[in-house]
Structure formats: structure tokens, C-alpha cells
Design a protein. Structure first.
Length: 178
């Protein structure tokens, strides 16, 4: 199996959800996970098209500094998934910046029919705090100042749904849970 390690600004910018959707598109099995200050991807077969698409279509906030591909004898996977992060030592050199609220989140805040109406901390994978809430890498909720805020059912559904723009967005919250 190819083992791919991507370094750069690849945490806190929607990179894992992006790679997840890309792997589904290319019918790949394996996983992605945060690894220190990089991400690690295993796929069950070589796919130059997948690598090319990852470089070309990456989230606009992501910055790929390097991609290292090696062979590894990893177990077979029946699907592609996002695994728990590995707790490798991180340099902290690629921390993502805090991002101004995006237009889509702003519309939610101003829509009185939306459950996030007037909720000032509305975020998604394209906006919100990163640098100011990170306590350690890898960038997972338990390594941020959001760790004490347990997600409500609605936010958890968004956080775990690959179709949601809040899929794996660590600072996700609403007036009920944040």
C-alpha cells in the first residue's frame, strides 16, 4: 500500500475531509489521519490521478510543502475513513491562522430561521479560529480550547457527516453546546 505523508498547512483547513471525499471519488480504500504537524494517508493501490487531484484541488487554505510516498505493508481496509490522530511530536511550524467568518456562516447568523441565528461563534471548515485555540498538534478538538464543550446532537451530526461543510471542523458549536 502506498503511504503518503503530506507536510505543510494541512491541519485546520479542511484537508482531511477533502482527502476523504477525493478518495471516495477515486474509489480508494484506506485512511487519512493527522500525524504531528502533517497528515498521513494510506491507500490500497497506487493512484497518480489521486495525487494529482490532491495537489490541484486542495482546499484554498491548505499549503502543501511536500508529499512523500513510500510503500508500506498496511492491513487491507474495506473503505476509506478518517482515523484518530497519531500523537507524534510536532514542530508547530505549520499552524493555520485564524480566519474571518465566511459568507455562508454570516448568512446563517443573520437568518432568524437558522439554529445559529445571532450565534457569534459560528464556524465551518472555511472560517473561524485555528491558531488562537490550538493548544497542541495534531489539530483535534481535544487539543484545542474547545475540548470542554461537548457537541450537541445537531453539531455532532454535522461534524461526522462527510456531506457537511462542518465535517471534522474542530471548533464547531452552536448556542446549545458552545
Amino acid at each position: 500500500m502506498p503511504r503518503i505523508v503530506i507536510k505543510g498547512v494541512v491541519q485546520g483547513v479542511g484537508f482531511r475531509p477533502f482527502v476523504y471525499r477525493l478518495a471516495k471519488r477515486f474509489d480508494l480504500r484506506g485512511y487519512i489521519r493527522n500525524l504531528g504537524d502533517s497528515v498521513e494517508v494510506y491507500i490500497h493501490r497506487e493512484s497518480p490521478e489521486f495525487i494529482a487531484a490532491m495537489k490541484k484541488e486542495k482546499p484554498h487554505l491548505a499549503e502543501i510543502e511536500s508529499i512523500e510516498i513510500t510503500r508500506s505493508e498496511e492491513k487491507e481496509y474495506s473503505e476509506f475513513s478518517i482515523l484518530e490522530s497519531s500523537s507524534c511530536k510536532a514542530s508547530g511550524s505549520s499552524l493555520p491562522p485564524d480566519l474571518a467568518i465566511c459568507d455562508t456562516c454570516l448568512k446563517e447568523i443573520l437568518d432568524f430561521r437558522d439554529r445559529r441565528y445571532l450565534y457569534p461563534f459560528t464556524v465551518c471548515t472555511d472560517c473561524g479560529p485555528r491558531f488562537s485555540i490550538i493548544e497542541a498538534l495534531p489539530y483535534d478538538r481535544e487539543n484545542t480550547s474547545m475540548k470542554s464543550f461537548k457537541l450537541c446532537r445537531h453539531c455532532l451530526d454535522e461534524y461526522t457527516s462527510p456531506e457537511s461543510r462542518r465535517f471534522k471542523a474542530e471548533p464547531t458549536a452552536c448556542g446549545e453546546c458552545g
